[in-house]
Design a protein around this ligand. Structure first.
Ligand code: GLN
Ligand code: ZN
Length: 767
């Protein structure tokens, strides 16, 4: 049996790549220095794997920004607007960064390529752009260079490529009148050239990623897959392709996939463990089967017992020589190295003991290899015993299990997921209580997080200032923020969220069942990395989390101050989640904690409460058949958190970066009194589905693009309000920015919000 990983994190153990890229973009280091950093990262990654005896070590998994953008350049699919830079003889690296980040220099203003989420992960890739008759040509030698670079270090690697069908499906048609899949004929010769060149280098295995194989495919798409891989088999018969898919099972695509003429096939057995038996029944002789057993998307130790049982099942059917033991997907989605975590207050040793980051996951693969082989098993049996004991000890850990919380989830009744009355009745009470004008104005919650605010938080963390001093500082920020909002005459005020580092971390830090890392960074896009909290146990709210701040803000004004919370699905989605119970159960536990907070806010005299759920959509499973179930419990979780209040208490929710077409029915089921969404850049287009659906509750479509420093004028915002009124009833509409203002500065914010309030007033006058 052999071992492999599908890819390794590349930001560097200490985020060296992030720092180097940002320094290079700022003109502080040379290209040579930037390359030096990347070389060291690649070398370290390869050597770690070699040391642990990994057999198939990937190359070309490194990327300066994004692997899909690498592929776009490898195939020479440079969008026309960047041609000017090519003509100017810009070097390849700068062109690459210009495509990723846009280019505003030397009188040119070229917008960046679009970025979107990589399947159901939190990683974002750069979307390839296609035009009719798009040409492709093998035109960047990165894959070759990286292979040679490793060879010089004495390491023979397995180059990684994104497969042609997935490459097309990842992209977007930028012209009307054609289907991107028609481009396959133009694309295949470029791939053949790449494969031929790798062949001349006597490469052993080539990993070809086709993640779309785990999505719902049409018959035509399946036929294209068959055609493409037959082309490869006839034109470059001697290369050994290892075809991978991940993030779900092959399901109804299994028949197609196992019969493709490739040398090996990889399965993700962590996101669909049941597929193995079925695949084994139809798996052709002679092919290698790669078992994705070590989870590339979580931070938990592998269960060796469970993995070995899968390996044995497969070996019985196929014989050990054709089995590859693998990670489920690239380790890109896990942090580097658990050994760097030594803060026992943030991460209790009992929890750390059960965790594995990328480096530890490599060790797990080598352990599995030793244990799977009867010859080496005997000497290493204690590894298995130890792993069994460790995982077993989890079952009765009092740090993890809290019976009272499990019972609360179990005893949830239908009543606890519904408001007392229907929206129509609630709206009547709320109109009486609040008496807002038409088109009431509000914001999404955060106000500018100035360097000063961040500095104070840092000082508190380091113990340089007392908690008292910090609290006084935050109070003062709140006071000024309330004053400003009163001055410009907003209708519903907020406290400004100055006390929050991050909308998930802030809550996680106050809830039981959460742990935090010091260096657990995961790439989100380009040079951006996030450090997700770790949910390891039953979630419990020990004390109110936001009530003091909201009540203080409310004490400063006669206007209503909106309480501000993060919703259960967003907290779940932006954390590493425990793997010993269904996600749904964890979501419900968080929902109950938020429900208690909502209730305490209400008791403290807060009559409007917003529960942010920007991440609902990104949790959608890849397969249509699974979406319904997810949406059903996601909506339920939101309702658990929001439905414990009086009819007259107004529940808001907020969602950004969302398309609502697929989920409008579920958005309506959430039954928030008011939903605010991001719409300004799409010129209210996103509202169409609310209109078609006849969405009954109130909506605040964003009229101000907070992603840009530009201050929108009164007139343009008034126009957007007018556009919204043409789609929805005026009784339904709120006026607000697209999202929170934490990334903006005060000057822009003040001007823009003033204009926004005036736009609403002007429009009201005209009615
Ligand atoms: N209330 C949060 C804020 O204003 C919402 C952020 C978000 O939607 N991502 O910052
Ligand atoms: Zn938002």
């Amino acid at each position: 049996m052999i071992t492999q990983i599908l890819g390794y994190p590349r930001i560097g153990e200490k985020r060296e790549l992030k720092k180097a890229c940002e320094a290079y973009w700022a003109g502080k280091i040379s290209q040579k220095e930037l390359f030096e950093v990347s070389k060291n990262i690649k070398k370290a990654n390869w050597e770690i794997q070699k040391k642990q005896g990994i057999d198939l070590i990937p190359s070309n998994d490194f990327s300066f920004y994004d692997q899909v953008l690498d592929m776009t350049l490898t195939l020479g699919a440079i969008p026309e607007r960047f041609e000017k830079l090519v003509e100017k003889d810009m070097n390849k690296t700068d062109l690459y960064f210009a495509m990723a980040r846009g280019y505003q220099k030397n009188g040119l203003d070229i917008i960046a390529m679009e970025m979107t989420k990589w399947f159901n992960t939190n990683y974002h890739y750069i979307v390839p752009e296609f035009k009719k008759n798009q040409n492709f040509e093998f035109s960047s030698s990165k894959i070759i260079d990286d292979y040679k670079e490793a060879l010089e270090l004495g390491i023979k690697t397995k180059p990684v490529l994104i497969g042609p069908v997935s490459f097309l499906l990842l992209g977007k048609e930028k012209e009307e009148g054609f289907d991107k899949l028609e481009l396959i004929n133009n694309l295949i010769p470029a791939y053949i050239s790449i494969l031929k060149e790798l062949e001349t280098l006597k490469v052993d295995w080539i990993q070809i990623d086709e993640p779309f194989l785990t999505t719902d495919l049409s018959t035509k798409e399946k036929e294209i897959y068959a055609w493409v891989y037959n082309q490869f088999a006839t034109q470059v018969p001697s290369v050994k392709l290892l075809l991978t898919s991940y993030f779900d099972g092959l399901k109804d695509n299994a028949e197609t996939v196992v019969n493709l003429p490739v040398a090996g096939i990889h399965l993700d057995l962590t996101s669909d463990e049941d597929q193995l038996d079925e695949i084994l029944n139809i798996f052709p002789p002679q092919k290698f089967l790669s078992l994705g057993l070590v989870n590339g998307r979580n931070v938990w130790k592998n269960s060796y017992k469970a993995s070995l049982s899968k390996i044995n099942t497969a070996a019985k059917k196929l014989g050990g020589e054709r089995i590859i033991i693998s990670t489920s997907c690239s380790l890109l989605h896990t942090p580097y190295n658990l050994d760097n975590e030594n803060d026992i207050k943030s991460l209790p040793p009992e929890i750390k003991n059960r965790m594995a980051f990328a480096k530890q996951k490599i060790t797990e693969l080598s352990h599995l290899k030793l244990l799977a082989d009867p010859i080496t098993f005997n000497e290493n049996e204690d590894i298995l015993t130890h792993n069994n004991a460790l995982l077993k000890s989890r079952d009765h850990s009092t740090l993890i299990h809290k019976p009272q919380i499990k019972n609360r989830v179990k005893n949830l009744t239908d009543d606890s997921v519904h408001r007392k009355s229907t929206f129509a009745i609630r709206q009547k009470y709320q109109k009486e209580l609040f008496n807002f004008p038409l088109f009431p104005t509000t914001t999404i919650g955060s106000f500018p997080q100035t360097p000063e605010v961040r500095k104070k938080r840092n000082q508190l963390k380091k113990g340089e200032i007392s908690l008292n001093e910090y609290n006084e500082f935050i109070k003062n920020e709140i006071k000024e923020c309330i004053q400003f909002q009163e001055e410009i005459d907003l209708d519903v005020l907020v406290h400004g969220e100055f006390e929050r580092n991050d909308m998930v971390e802030f809550f996680g830090e106050q809830l039981d069942g959460f742990a935090f890392t010091q260096n657990g960074w995961v790439q989100s896009y380009g040079s951006r990395a996030v450090k997700p909290p770790i949910i390891y146990g039953d979630v419990e709210r020990k004390a109110p989390m936001t009530v003091n701040w909201s009540a203080y803000a409310q004490s400063l004004t006669k206007k209503h101050v909106k309480g501000m919370l993060t919703g259960p699905i967003t907290i779940l989605q932006w954390s590493f989640v425990r793997d010993d119970q269904p996600r749904k159960t964890t979501a419900f536990q968080i929902a109950l904690a938020i429900r208690d907070e909502v209730s305490d806010l209400e008791k403290a005299g807060i009559h409007i409460i917003q529960i942010d759920e920007p991440a609902i959509r990104e949790g959608l499973p890849l397969r249509a058949a699974d979406k319904k179930e997810y949406l059903s419990w996601a909506v339920q979780a939101f309702k658990i958190s929001s439905s414990g209040v009086k009819d007259s208490t107004q529940i808001h929710t907020h969602m950004c970066y969302s398309e609502f077409n697929e989920i409008i029915e579920h958005i309506a089921q959430m039954d928030a009194d008011v939903i605010t969404i991001e719409t300004s850049r799409s010129h209210m287009e996103l509202l169409e589905v609310f209109k078609v659906f006849k969405y009954p509750n109130e909506i605040g479509p964003g009229v101000y693009d907070i992603h840009s420093p530009r201050v929108p004028t009164e007139e343009e915002m008034e126009q957007l309000i007018q556009k919204a009124s043409s789609l929805l009833s005026p009784e339904q509409i709120w006026v607000n920015p697209d999202c929170g203002l934490k990334t903006r500065n005060w000057e822009e914010t003040m001007l823009a919000l003033k204009n926004m309030v005036n736009a609403a007033k002007n429009y009201r006058r005209k009615l």
